[in-house]
Design a protein around this ligand. Sequence first.
Ligand code: ZN
Ligand code: ZN
Length: 337
Amino acid sequence: MGPVEALERIAFLLERVQEPTYRVKAFRTAAAVVGALPEDDVRRRAANGSLTELKGLGPKTARVVEEAVGGAVPGYLARLEEEAGGPLTEGGEALRAALRGDCHLHSDWSDGGSPIDEMARTARALGHEWAVLTDHSPRLTIARGLSPERLRAQLDVVAEVNEELGDGFRLLTGIECDILADGSLDQEAELLERLDVVVASVHSKLRMDAESMTRRMVSAVASPLVDVLGHCTGRLSAGKKRPESEFDAAMVFAACARFGTAVEINSRPERLDPPRRLVRQALEAGVLFAVDSDAHAPGQLDWQVYGCARAEECGVPAERIVTTWTAGRLLEWTRPK
Ligand SMILES: [Zn+2]
Ligand SMILES: [Zn+2]
């Protein structure tokens, strides 16, 4: 294992077990600095102890590089593999093994922490055949939502990433599009139509009355441009807590079933949205599901197992989950209906 790989693996494991960003950042920064240097330079500095002279490397990260250059598994990494490399949860393994992709993840183009190619490479390393890049839409300014121009530019970057990655994995284009208060979508229709996958989510005015919220969600999921309804209740059960939005779930899920829009099972530990009773209700209503990571960092891509555990618990069959499908089948389904 090379020094960059070791540093990236450490960052991945820390993110996976929800360590705070500042702890992870040192390793991601060090990986970028070391990765940009010629190999002999890294070796020379590791030998003469001058790695810490580099901006972005401290004693801890320099030690990891020195040990990796020396051909050993760095001690810090070995300890972390023990502590943070085991199963994240009980259950969900069988369904996780059946997944081929992930419909919801963010890059540093919006509020994610890592570049597009790193998210894609990590999704591939986790065994996926495809993943959808879904950065935020313009109105979500707090999350640096993408203007139409930036989203157009991102499409070119995704094409380049796919060229670099070659066969065996495909990064699909997409968006997490805000569902505006009136139920309309926060991006140009022409652009939404071009994207492979559109996840639509409510991020604002989460406390509106149930009737308005129901109308808002139904108009969004009925749109032929929308493929997945993201984290439908908006609840947060950890950190800054937030109750579920109020809406007529029977009506929203009936619309999802009728218009072929999948209901997301969001795997983020603080979301785990929808709650079990609504997953069961959606299942009864005959909807499709997408088990998504909603990852904002590479290590969070591994959180899908939480959503898998929930889906298994609620008896959702694998064939009803679009993230178990091949990219070909997925794209056939998302093509404007
Ligand atoms: Zn969201
Ligand atoms: Zn998201």
